[in-house]
Design a protein around this ligand. Structure first.
Ligand code: ATP
Ligand code: MG
Length: 412
């Protein structure tokens, strides 16, 4: 794509009420637009990144054998009353609205009830189990504080996966497998090394549940890490009992304390939703049994914010290749003929390239390029040609290298 055609422009300042680093950088670089606190629109560059993140997640969920669905945002009060989650006293972050005739509706903040209810139509026998389904969809939560940019939205994207099992073996087996699937997603997004499987209190149906916490000063959580086992414990849930249960041979004062971002969580729900919505199956003996459910959440928008919090410097964003809006930022200083030839060649090869074809000073082009954060910058100028070709510089590195145009076109 030619940068002259991009309607977004970079800007020097983020809105004065924007305090989070991720949103400041993303707004300045033209990836997102702030509608209000916790509510952001995605512009062409931002949408490319968000879709890349969603696709990494989608690939891993599909690989895990899950089937994609798309459920509704508008919610029927009756279903939620069955699990006692309609009442604002029980769930305090609902956005609710009404039909013209006065019927109350909610905007979904999660989908356990909805999917359990759908599955009552399809699950009859033990032969129908196990299976799982997931969606990538916008959720709505009336969050009290929405100051963390993309990391805490009032409208935000979530991947929520639900698993349905007939026995403990399937139920526990899938739960364990998803820990690896989640870590694979975080690895692919370039944040695996900083992300810890973290023990937290389990809710009502299991003693413990797990969160995935990524170390960052921008996080709202605090975790205690056992460097030996690489297991972490959420500060809120820390107890001596956890150390015993997980056989962690370590003293509290030896645990490493870090601020962190919750980038995902996984829950075993037992029969809570199956009981309330009557999700049953007939076992081998023809007896009615309740389906065992588990749920697996992560947020593409929070992940995008997290990636920016982890990858930036004083000049702007540093995207990992796996989600970058483009792979190559081609910049020319003069040399229109040469650059056009290179650009067309790259397009032909299907390389994701953004060409800064604008009539701007070099300094401005370089500053914009650093702010936008594409992994590889390729400069063609009189100077680079005199030195032997094009100048390559990785966004994460300080040094550049010159290679011949032929060599460059062979490599990319
Ligand atoms: P938190 O404790 O951060 O409020 P949660 O435990 O209530 O999150 P879940 O309902 O389990 O969140 O949602 C699944 C995942 O979605 C979370 O692990 C988190 O990564 C992400 N998430 C939750 N709330 C938001 C939000 N307001 N904006 C963006 N992502 C969110
Ligand atoms: Mg959580």
């Amino acid at each position: 794509m030619k940068q002259s055609q991009l309607f977004t422009k970079t800007r020097k300042e983020a809105p004065s009420d924007e305090v989070s680093k991720n949103a400041q950088l993303l707004i300045r670089a033209g990836f997102i637009h702030k509608e209000m606190a916790g509510v952001y629109s995605f512009l062409p560059l931002g949408l490319r990144v968000l879709e890349n993140i969603k696709n990494v997640i989608r690939e891993e969920m599909n690989k895990a054998g899950s089937q994609e669905v798309f459920m509704t945002v508008l919610q029927d009060k009756e279903i939620w009353e069955k699990t006692n989650r309609w009442d604002d006293v029980v769930v305090d972050n609902w956005f609710k609205t009404k039909l013209k005739n006065g019927t109350e509706l909610g905007l979904a903040f999660t989908h356990e009830e909805v999917i359990a209810n759908i599955m009552t139509n399809f699950v009859n026998s033990y032969k129908d189990l196990p299976f799982s389904a997931y969606q990538i969809q916008n959720k709505f939560r009336n969050e009290v504080r929405a100051k963390a940019g993309l990391m805490r939205g009032r409208e935000f994207s979530m991947k929520d996966l639900y698993h349905f099992a007939k026995n403990e073996k399937e139920y526990n087996g899938f739960y364990e497998k998803m820990k690896d699937v989640y870590m694979e997603v975080f690895n692919r997004l370039g944040m695996g090394e900083k992300t810890y499987i973290t023990v937290s209190s389990g809710g009502s149906f299991s003693k413990y549940s797990y969160e995935f916490q990524t170390i960052s000063d921008a996080g709202e959580d605090t975790i205690y890490i056992d460097p030996k086992s690489k297991i972490a414990i959420n500060e809120e849930d820390y107890s001596e009992e956890i150390l015993k249960d997980f056989k962690l041979d370590v003293l509290k004062e030896d645990l490493q304390v870090e601020k962190s971002i919750e980038v995902g969580d996984i829950y075993q729900l037992g029969t809570k939703f199956s009981d309330a919505l009557n999700l049953t199956f007939k076992d081998e003996n023809g007896e009615d049994k309740k389906v065992l459910m588990s749920s697996y959440g992560m947020s593409p928008t929070r992940l995008m914010g997290t990636i920016v919090e982890l990858g930036n410097d004083e000049n702007g964003i540093i995207w990992p290749e796996s989600v970058a809006p483009f792979q190559v930022h081609l910049i020319n200083i003069g040399e229109e003929e040469k650059v056009k030839e290179i650009y067309e060649n790259m397009i032909e090869k299907g390389i994701d390239v953004l060409w800064d074809d604008r009539d701007k000073r070099p300094g401005e082009k370089f500053a914009d390029s650093d702010l936008i954060g594409i992994p590889l910058r390729v400069v063609i100028s009189e100077k680079s040609l005199a030195a032997g070709g094009v100048e390559l510089k990785k966004r994460i590195e300080k040094e550049s290298e010159i290679i011949s145009i032929d060599e460059f076109l062979k490599r990319y």
